[in-house]
Ligand binder design. Structure first.
Ligand code: ADP
Ligand code: MG
Ligand code: ZN
Length: 487
């Protein structure tokens, strides 16, 4: 556990905004797409024109509910939209349609591992809301710039906000939580999850709890660090904030309840404003939208459409005998699991497959900037290659060489083996001759071996490998030497 001085414990709770990958926006028919010319994806509804009316996008609700079910949340069958009111130039209506006291999902959980620690972080609530537009300041920031341009393409893009309980106790646990959140969401396929493009954004709440404190964590003075733009920076911001608050407490100064920003260059958080309270927003029920009513059957249907999630994969892979650390690597990327599953249609040794996938294949793919889904050597080809190793046609080393060649040329396993004359020599008769010749040429080494220097055998085997340009089967050569020399 990360400690802030001798007598405080770190408390972290995260609010994560995730943009949903729908075709159209949340309450109008405008396209939901990143990178279009400013203000081209707009209409009277998302521009906040008087008299326009919102209509809820069903696809957004389905994605939101899928995500919430993936985190084991309870879905509220009757929820409501509310207006959250504030003024800012990126918000043309001067209110955001959100959900306040009746969010569509509550009480989920995320299991995290950070080093040897395993713990469950509870999800307090998930609500739906619309995104605001984007301001492009002409200078460094609003204060110093000559002006600011408003792009409303993002206004009205559907979001879910996932609010955790303050269950994390270090920057590392916050990173682990975000990683797992991202992994689960990537399986469900509800979002692009690009922190740099803003499709996943995180606010980090940080406080220090005095030893022996028994009150409600809500009562501790906490700092909310807004809109940190990368996973790495969330960790940095929390670390800095813990240090800053510890210093203040050590100096006898109080922690102010406030909203802070994070400066990437300096690695520091800075004060933005004192923390707003819910009643600053004058929430009230959105009069232009009916309550959101979800039937039990509809929810069951969404649940049935969920893919196998990371935890279920962990269990399945464990039962298949995959090593623990390989399981963690595999579940991070769904395309690896798809590749493994297809490979196992043709191969039986799951450990052999995962070992080759996560060492040689992964190295080649990384170097080429490709994912498993784009691999020039498909699952069936890899299985073929592994069969050739299992049946002794190829040595492990030859297999690696062949994989590289297949990767570069896209040619089939058999074609390449023939073309390169790569097949391993396993014929006893052919190899006995070579072994006998090496024994005749290296009487001194043979002597050493016979007098107990076991290592000398390696040298002798090496000579045969050299004379066959690596094609001799090391197993057969080893056996033949033993047969000839061990009497
Ligand atoms: P707000 O609107 O003030 O951001 P929310 O209810 O949306 O309030 O979110 C509160 C967040 O603060 C939650 O993620 C919660 O886990 C976190 N939190 C509450 N108490 C603490 C605390 N003592 N230290 C750190 N985080 C906290
Ligand atoms: Mg907040
Ligand atoms: Zn629109």
């Amino acid at each position: 556990m990360e400690m802030a001085g001798p007598s405080y414990e770190v408390v972290v709770g995260l609010e994560v905004h995730v943009e949903l990958k729908t075709h159209s926006k949340m309450f109008c028919g405008c396209a939901n797409s990143f990178g279009a010319e400013p203000n081209t994806n707009t209409c009277p509804v998302c521009l906040g024109m008087p008299g326009s009316l919102p209509v809820l996008n069903q696809e957004a609700v389905r994605l939101a509910v899928s995500a919430a079910l993936a985190f084991n949340c309870t879905i509220r069958q009757r929820s409501r939209f509310d207006r959250k009111q504030y003024f800012y130039p990126d918000l043309p209506k001067a209110y955001q349609i959100s959900q306040y006291d009746a969010p569509f999902a509550e009480w989920g959980s995320v299991a995290i591992r950070s080093g040897a620690t395993r713990r469950t972080v509870r999800i307090r609530r998930i609500h739906m809301e619309e995104d605001a537009g984007k301001l492009n300041h002409l200078g460094q920031n609003l204060q110093s710039s000559a002006g600011s341009l408003v792009d409303l393409n993002r206004a009205g893009v559907p979001l879910i906000e996932i609010v955790s309980e303050p269950d994390m106790s270090s920057a590392d646990e916050a990173r682990a939580y975000l990683n797992e959140l991202r992994t689960v969401l990537s399986y469900v396929g509800v979002s692009d999850l690009r922190m740099e493009e803003g499709s996943m954004r995180c606010d980090a709440n940080v406080s220090l709890k005095p030893a022996g404190f028994t009150g409600s964590l809500e009562d501790l003075p906490r700092v909310e660090i807004k809109n940190v733009n990368s996973l790495r920076n969330v960790g940095r911001a929390i670390e800095y904030e813990v240090e800053r608050q510890s210093r203040r407490l050590a100096a006898g100064e109080a922690i102010l309840k406030e909203t802070r920003g994070f400066n990437d260059a300096s690695g520091r958080t800075y004060s933005q404003r004192s923390k707003e309270e819910a009643n600053d927003y004058r929430y009230f029920p959105e009069p232009d939208l009916p309550p959101l009513v979800l039937s039990e059957e509809w929810i069951a249907d969404v649940r049935a459409g969920l893919p196998t999630l990371p935890d279920a994969w962990r269990t399945r892979l464990g039962a298949m005998g995959v090593a623990d650390q390989d399981i963690e690597t595999l579940v991070r990327e769904p395309s690896q699991l798809a590749f493994l599953t297809r490979c196992l249609d043709y191969a039986d040794d799951v450990r052999l497959v995962t070992t080759w996938m996560l060492s040689d294949m992964l190295r080649l793919l990384n170097a080429a900037g490709l994912t498993f889904a784009e691999s020039p050597v498909g699952p069936e080809r890899l299985a073929e290659l592994l069969h050739l190793i299992e049946d002794g046609t190829l040595s492990g080393r030859m297999g690696k060489e062949l994989l590289e060649k297949m990767f570069a040329s896209g040619e089939s396993t058999k074609t390449l083996v023939d073309k390169l004359g790569m097949a391993q020599i396993t014929d006893d008769r052919v190899l006995s001759e070579k072994v006998a010749a090496v024994i005749a040429d290296h009487a001194k080494v043979v002597e050493d071996y016979r007098s107990g220097k076991v290592k000398a055998l390696g040298f002798l085997v090496g000579q045969v490998m050299k004379r066959t340009r690596g094609q001799a089967s090391p197993e057969v050569v080893n056996r033949l030497f033993r047969e000839m020399l061990d009497e």
